[in-house]
Design a protein around this ligand. Structure first.
Ligand SMILES: Nc1nc2c(c(=O)[nH]1)N[C@H]1C(S)=C(S)[C@@H](COP(=O)(O)O)O[C@H]1N2
Ligand SMILES: [Mo]
Length: 278
């Protein structure tokens, strides 16, 4: 990361970084051992698995391995851990990939962001509507990061927009009480655990844990490589996250909601990993 491009927030102490890495390495070794043991057990192992109780339709022992991986993802996704950033000169044109939710009739001039706030206990969500001007009036953040697609390609891109955390600091829609999330590392106890994002036609949708949504490299993005976002890249507003694969970086956001349960996720539903990154 170059000092001139570094986002403005405190970096973790070396000790914190070391202990997080050590804990993650330990978990990796453990799940590696379990996977290895299952491999050795071979066919007998698979037969045995068949007789095990299932959790979410997955044999309990395999579910445990997946849970280790989720734990690994969570421990990596501390908001003090940053993806590398690059100088702007390294940025390139990115291909257009994925048009689900972008095909129908769409009038960018009539676009609005519909936000369904976290419901106060026992009542309906508080809905608030935003124009692109209101979004652009919030503090602007620019970052040059590597965009990675699960298909195996990656491109360095300069993005600009507003941090989702800055949006939530200004518009307190993620807590039951309606208090703002002032400190991303200590969200209030009544903050929603999940954020769901959906295209205006509801054809593409992603879910994020609140922690990922509050990460300093998670942006509501309206600009790419110094130009306004084009429709095929998600104008007027898309999600960009430096630590998630492309599948989570939904183009043309129509609705954002804050929920108790994991929101529907287009690619997770088709069998891809729900976290899709750290
Ligand atoms: N609405 C919508 N957003 C989407 C997709 C999609 O099909 N529809 N595809 C995703 C995938 S798999 C990738 S790799 C990126 C590609 O973004 P780009 O077209 O700006 O390169 O968009 C993501 N966001
Ligand atoms: Mo992708």
């Amino acid at each position: 990361m170059t000092p001139d491009q570094q986002p403005s927030h405190t970096s973790p102490s070396q000790a914190e970084e070391q202990s997080a890495l050590a804990a993650a390495a330990k978990r990796t070794r453990r799940s590696f051992l379990i996977t290895g043991a299952l491999g050795l057990a071979g066919l007998a192992g698979w037969r045995w698995l068949d007789t095990r109780p299932t959790v979410d339709g997955i044999p309990a022992p395999l579910r445990k391995v997946l849970d280790f991986n989720a734990g690994l993802s969570n421990s990596y996704y501390k908001n003090t851990r940053l993806a590398p950033e690059f100088t702007r000169s390294r940025a390139r044109q990115i291909r257009v990939n994925g048009k689900v939710g972008l095909r129908g009739e769409f009038d960018p001039a009539a676009w609005q962001l519909n936000v369904q706030g976290y419901a106060p206990a026992g009542s309906a969500p508080r809905t608030q509507i935003f124009t692109i001007e209101q979004i652009k009036a919030l503090p602007r953040t620019e970052m040059t990061v590597e965009f990675k697609c699960i298909e195996g390609w990656s491109t360095i891109v300069t993005w600009a927009g507003v941090r989702l955390s800055d949006f939530l600091a200004r518009y307190p829609l993620a807590t039951r009480s309606g208090q703002a999330i002032a400190d991303v590392n200590q969200p209030p106890a009544d903050a929603a655990p999940y954020v769901g994002l959906v295209t205006p036609d509801e054809q593409y949708y992603v879910g994020l844990e609140l922690e990922s949504a509050l990460h300093p490299q998670t942006l509501l993005c309206y600009e790419m490589n110094g130009q306004p976002l084009t429709p095929e890249h998600g104008a007027p507003l898309r999600l960009v996250s430096a630590l998630k694969y492309g599948v989570k970086q939904i183009k043309r956001i129509g609705t954002m909601s804050f929920t108790d349960v994991r929101p529907a996720d287009y690619w997770a539903k088709l069998g891809y990993d729900w976290h899709a990154g750290h």
